[in-house]
Write a protein that binds this ligand. Sequence first.
Ligand SMILES: Nc1nc2c(ncn2[C@@H]2O[C@H](COP(=O)(O)OP(=O)(O)OP(=O)(O)O)[C@@H](O)[C@H]2O)c(=O)[nH]1
Ligand SMILES: [Mg+2]
Length: 319
Amino acid sequence: MDEWLQSVRHKHKRTIARFITQVENGETERMERLKQLYPYLGHAHLIGFTGPPGSGKSTLVDSFIQHLRQQNYTVAVIAVDPTSPFTGGAILGDRVRMTRHALDEGVFIRSMGSRGSLGGLSRATKEAVHILDAAGFDVVLIETVGVGQAELDIMHIADTVALVLNPGDGDAVQVFKAGIMEIADLFIVNKADLPGTKRLVSDIEELLHLIEKAGEWLPPIVETVGNRENGIPVLWDKVQAHKRFLRQRGSWEKKRSARRGLEVKEIMEEHIQTLLQEICETPTYQAELQHMLSNQQDPHQFAQKWFKTLLKKAYESGR
Ligand SMILES: Nc1nc2c(ncn2[C@@H]2O[C@H](COP(=O)(O)OP(=O)(O)OP(=O)(O)O)[C@@H](O)[C@H]2O)c(=O)[nH]1
Ligand SMILES: [Mg+2]
């Protein structure tokens, strides 16, 4: 095992942080390293925390880390920040909220922008999750703000998805319509110290009865007060119960295989994109494109011809 891989496997924060930066920058060299990680994937329980802005996700994640550390589990967190697509997105708030774990060797926390795939969890996020999984963290938490495609995307990454709602979030039915509730394996009613908690819980219960199917997982509802760490042990119990359920049904492996399948497609897409980019930048392509445009020739025929060039190039380069 080379030194670099050993360092990742020992959860060395600097190595991991540097690698994630490489992944964020989309450097092609990262591919070789990601390949080396594959034999070590599959240990971590990947848990998504999603929900509206300010619902208390980071506060809960922070308490959750504390609870897991008390039981000696190692924990890594990725907080996806959809608001800063260009900065690489270190959300100050999240960092501040989790600073008490900064010196703990068993905890790794990283904020990432959601740039890349449109509005969704980017390729970089997925690869970062691989890195943390291969590093051997027992639990990897992914925090995403529920503002669009991201919370649906999280289903493709996480084994267990927790949806964080607050009393007073308004009509739970509206949330349901947005399609978010279907992906939740677990409902967290956070800020249960505020009025309206019972009402929200019964609203969710009612909705769940509508979609309840015999033999299927019925998402539990957990009340929490994130900033007082109330409800966190129950939350962990439910998360584990979900894992057990998936395992017993054989769905745990099935879900993971489906994820790998999707990744294969994404890797192929990246190869094609890279080749396409290279071809479009060649002087020959540019010259012929200009010629085609000024002579008003058929773009389809032109595209077809160049697609064949792309295939040839792919074949020759062994990609
Ligand atoms: N009253 C009350 N306030 C809470 C609770 N949990 C979190 N808060 C407060 O809610 C605010 C938002 O909490 P965050 O943890 O930053 O929420 P978030 O969902 O991570 O927010 P974004 O990442 O910006 O979407 C903070 O001021 C917390 O102190 C709770 O259970 N009760
Ligand atoms: Mg947050």
